[in-house]
Design a protein around this ligand. Structure first.
Ligand SMILES: [Zn+2]
Length: 239
């Protein structure tokens, strides 16, 4: 079963986390003590930190953005983009917790970036105001076109609600195969989504060199840049 081609009408959902981008060398900005410039990352990526010291928060994301521009998608990203091209985006939903944009750079479309993106800014006053693309460091005088408020990274911080939860619930409810890649299957949101997928009878696959112990039908204890190209080859063998 694991290596059987995918039925032509199957709906696939792939949830990816940090493990998908690990082989690209995306820097974590944590020193040996888990700190960035003396701060816990969890204390920089918060609405409170933004209110207290926006310059610190901007600098943190500027550094991450500049560093991410230096890395490339890896074979795991490419395999997911290839799967999506073969099935069509309506039958292959790619949901990611990563903010690095690497799935898009690999050719994936309509990626659900549930934690936002390094490559966009948003109005700090109104989430419905237009997003602003950004490359390199954020211009300090950049303002929201709609209302003139300051622009903040379009990234979901600790204590904020992930994006597109309704859409995510909808696609997972409609899927036949749910794949969790490089993210813990026992921690929110992966654990909750696996439960939803199981409840609709979907086959649940985990790809993680350190399996989470979550409730999956199939576990591949390999890095995603190894497991995903092989899995996608097998799934698309007859096409
Ligand atoms: Zn605004």
């Amino acid at each position: 079963m694991p290596d059987a081609p995918l039925p032509t009408d199957a709906h696939v959902v792939v949830l990816s986390g940090a493990g998908l981008s690990a082989a690209s060398g995306v820097p974590t900005f944590r020193d040996a003590h888990g700190l960035w410039e003396g701060h816990r990352v969890e204390d920089v990526a918060t609405p409170d930190a933004w209110a207290r010291d926006p310059e610190l928060v901007r600098r943190f994301y500027d550094l991450r953005r500049v560093a991410c521009a230096e890395v490339d998608p890896n074979p795991g990203h490419a395999a997911l983009a290839r799967l999506q091209r073969a099935l069509g985006p309506e039958r292959c939903a790619l949901i990611t917790q990563n903010i690095d944009g690497l799935l898009g750079r690999a050719g994936a479309v309509d990626v659900v970036e549930m934690h936002g993106s390094l490559w966009r800014l948003q109005c700090e006053a109104d989430v419905d105001h237009p997003r602003v693309p950004v490359v390199g460091a954020q211009r300090r005088d950049a303002r929201c076109e709609a209302c003139g408020a300051a622009l903040r990274p379009d990234v979901v911080w600790f204590g904020e609600m992930p994006y597109d939860l309704d859409r995510i619930e909808r696609v997972v409810t409609g899927c036949d195969v749910f794949v969790s890649v490089g993210t813990s299957g026992v921690v929110y949101p992966a654990a909750g989504l696996v439960s939803v997928a199981r409840s609709v009878g979907a086959r649940c696959v985990e790809i993680n060199p350190h399996p989470s112990g979550g409730r999956f039908d199939e576990v591949r204890a390999e890095p995603s840049e190894v497991a995903l190209p092989a899995l996608v080859d097998a799934w698309l063998a007859d096409r």
